[in-house]
Design a protein around this ligand. Structure first.
Ligand code: ADP
Length: 164
């Protein structure tokens, strides 16, 4: 049996140690993992999709993860999964608050294609409060985000905020 390819979709605006924790866990089950960054025109992101792709690649390289691909997509996740020949969707679960949304998404995607399975990985306790929004908020007000994101992400945030 060939191992299924999995995609890990999300905003990654920007990638944090929480996302990276999920990548590491998912890699144990799925040797082929592709991060798919959603370019959703209806959802205003802080970084452009090109910036998020680059930041994600740099962060993975900084963490010594060299076998995870990064791409982006618009439209339906299921269509992206088909295009990438992935049969599993990886998502991360933090506290209770993620559950309802993830459950709804997983069942909707299963309705659209019953062959694609969603697999949820529980985060490490220390990242269970961590989100891209919190990171941006702390950084904007001058706080130290070194324990939340790799240095390359911190630097990208510094540059972006200086440009504004
Ligand atoms: P989205 O807008 O699709 O929720 P995110 O980039 O915020 O995109 O999150 C992508 C996935 O990563 C989601 O499944 C989310 O629950 C998960 N995730 C985000 N932060 C963490 C974290 N700190 N620990 C575990 N999973 C996380």
């Amino acid at each position: 049996m060939t191992m299924p390819r999995a995609i890990y979709p999300g905003s990654f605006d920007p990638i944090t140690y929480g996302h990276i924790d999920i990548v590491r866990r998912a890699r144990k089950l799925f040797p082929k993992l592709i991060i798919a960054i959603v370019a959703n025109p209806n959802k205003q992101a802080f970084f452009s999709v090109q910036e998020r792709e680059q930041i994600t690649r740099d962060a993975l390289a900084e963490m010594g993860i060299d076998d995870v691909e990064v791409t982006s997509y618009t439209g339906l996740l299921i269509d992206c999964a088909h295009k990438l020949e992935a049969s599993a969707v990886v998502r991360g679960l933090r506290a209770n608050s993620d559950f309802d949304y993830e459950f709804q998404m997983a069942l909707t995607n299963r309705d659209l294609d019953s062959e694609i399975e969603t697999v949820l990985f529980m985060t490490a306790g220390k990242y269970s409060f961590l989100s891209s929004s919190i990171v941006k908020e702390v950084k904007r007000f001058g706080g130290d985000i070194a324990s939340f994101v790799p240095k390359s992400v911190d630097d990208a945030l510094t540059r972006k905020l200086a440009d504004q």
